[in-house]
Design a protein around this ligand. Structure first.
Ligand code: SF4
Length: 402
């Protein structure tokens, strides 16, 4: 399929919207009252610190709602206003945050159900309005919705679209896109749908395996089993790794994407010689600014003498998980929670350790003075961070300042 031609024709369709509908002012007031926090604002302007009683809170200097997420949520709100009576759907979660998604449900926005990775579009009728989330949708989904006669409101973040453009460039010159990401993450599913040949590589360990194959060959069957769900149809490692371009899921760890790109660059240089590098390797910077800023702020925060960290964000949010990874790697006790409700009244916290299911920790908040670092993922409204802070103050029996 010529994805560029399809996108061009979609762009010119009157049933396709990539901008708001002129209700920005109303929506901005509504979002302000639902998601902003005076307390968090106060901490921001107080050098990202607050002390109450025994508790010192240190906020990361960049955290929470990113530009792309805020824009997507605002567009979803505007869509409801603009189409007050139409049936509205979201192809998945608008962003990876349970409370924002719940708020949209209350506004009578339907979510397409997903079973075993398959979306059920059977309830979507011609004339319905379908919102595509911040992390995008696959080209096949867009095509399907377009053919069904739906109005499409596309909130895909421009940073994600930039990656799509990158893999389309690889496709045009017949390079294989090496996508640093999780093969089953919606953003990577969408990105790979715009690519020609592709291979999705999760981490440096997988990247080392691939470059070793490029340099020395190996067991083809083993390679194909390993990347069974992470490569394009008909992919052949003996044929399709001669020319590669790098792309990424925008929320991966920045340092790891850079390392991975360097590894492939060195490998192609070693195999084909420096003067042939440009015929075998392509790389464009596709790491989004917001991800970069939040990760950099986290690296700074974990340098401070913290007793513990709280990372707030959806459990399926990739950028939040990476923030948690940074704290855990520094050996700081770190609790990833998706809402303040995870903090119980009797000094218990239900949290998600890296790569494990939810666990309950008892007596997690120490007696006496404590310094707590806090950050939140790009899909987390400040209001949720405020709720978490209030829970901590409550547990330490600190009377709120009125
Ligand atoms: S994290 Fe980056 S790519 Fe993702 S929505 Fe936010 S700004 Fe866009």
């Amino acid at each position: 399929m010529d994805t560029r031609a399809f996108k061009r024709s979609l762009n010119s369709s009157e049933n396709y919207h990539r901008k708001g509908f002129g209700h920005e002012a109303d929506v901005s007031d509504q979002m302000q009252s639902e998601y902003q926090s005076n307390l968090v604002q106060q901490i921001r302007s107080n050098n990202f610190t607050i002390q109450r009683g025994d508790v010192t809170i240190r906020l990361a200097e960049a955290f929470g709602f990113c530009w792309g997420v805020e824009r997507a949520v605002a567009m979803a709100y505007e869509t409801r206003q603009h189409f007050p009576t139409e049936q509205i759907w979201i192809t998945n979660e608008i962003i990876h945050n349970p409370s924002v998604n719940q708020r949209l449900r209350e506004m009578n926005v339907n979510f397409i159900s997903v079973t075993n990775g398959e979306k059920d579009f059977s309830g979507v009728d011609p004339g319905d309005v379908v919102i595509l989330p911040a992390f995008g949708a696959s080209v096949q989904e867009m095509q399907f919705l377009n053919e069904r006669g739906c109005t499409i409101v596309d909130t895909t973040c421009p940073w994600v679209s930039k990656v799509w453009t990158t893999v389309e460039k690889h496709k045009k010159v017949d390079y294989t896109s090496i996508i640093h990401g999780k093969y089953n993450h919606e953003e990577t599913v969408a990105t790979s749908s715009f690519a020609g040949k592709y291979l999705i590589v999760l981490n440096m360990k997988e990247a080392e395996y691939v470059v070793n194959y490029i340099l020395h060959g190996g067991d083809r069957a083993e390679f194909m089993t390993k990347f069974e769900r992470a490569c394009s149809v008909g992919f052949d490692p003996d044929r399709d790794l001669e020319r590669v371009g790098i792309a990424n899921q925008t929320t991966m760890l920045k340092g790891e994407t850079e390392q991975l790109a360097k590894l492939f660059e060195r490998t192609m240089m070693r195999k084909y010689g420096p003067d042939q590098l440009n015929q075998h390797f392509l790389s464009f910077n596709t790491i989004c600014d917001a991800t970069q800023e939040r990760q950099d702020a986290m690296f700074e925060l974990v340098e401070e003498p913290l007793d513990l960290m709280i990372v707030v964000g959806g459990y399926n949010s990739s950028n939040t998980t990476h923030l948690q990874e940074i704290a855990t790697e520094r050996g700081i006790p770190s609790y990833h929670i998706d809402s303040a409700d995870r903090i119980g009244p009797d000094n218990r916290i239900e949290h998600k350790p890296l790569k494990r299911d939810l666990e309950v920790a008892e007596d997690w908040l120490p007696v006496g003075p404590v310094v707590v670092g806090i950050t939140s993922g790009a899909s987390t409204p400040d209001k949720i961070v405020e709720d978490v802070l209030e829970k901590i103050f409550e547990l330490k029996a600190i009377v709120p300042v009125t």
